[in-house]
Design a protein around this ligand. Sequence first.
Ligand SMILES: [Mg+2]
Length: 207
Amino acid sequence: MKAIHLSDINWKKTKAVIFDLDGTIYNKRFLSLHLVANEVISLPFLMRERMVYRSFKGRCFESSEKFYDAFFEKMARGSHLFSANTARSWYFNNYMPLMFEALCFFYKAEQWALDIIHYCNDNNIPVCVVSDYCFVKDKLRALQIDPQLFTFTIATPDLGGLKPNKRVMEQVVEKLGVPAENCLMIGDREDTDGDFARSVGAMFLKC
Ligand SMILES: [Mg+2]
């Protein structure tokens, strides 16, 4: 992961900034270890969850409800350990609280990201966070970042899909109200964040 400085950005062309969250606004190194160390029972769930996220990359469902139904069904499929309902309950009642706790104790926002966010605020440039995981605002608060610094935050499953789905990105750009070519995506992955930006002709910088 590398810092992106204000001077790395072409501000003449950039009229809106889209941030990825995990691995971009904070360095998520060892996050899985922290989660598992805290609750070993989460390991089989966590392994399935990662696998299903990878297999759902770029897909789009009709709604958030349909996305999560398919997601938890696939998590449970082939597993003799838990049902779709148990997977859902683990995700929202164990996994997410564990995540907030780990972020609170072990992680902090990257200063370079905060500098860009504040620059956008000071210059009336819309800035948002788009993450493939839910509870974006709670995670920002756990990192001691005020969610109000952002024009809006989006969890892509709420739009029915995952990065780098083009339909999802089109909705983000529309919400920003800026032509796609003037939007800059900042993220830690070429295959999700980079392709997400390129799907609509937006700019991309990899941190
Ligand atoms: Mg990321």
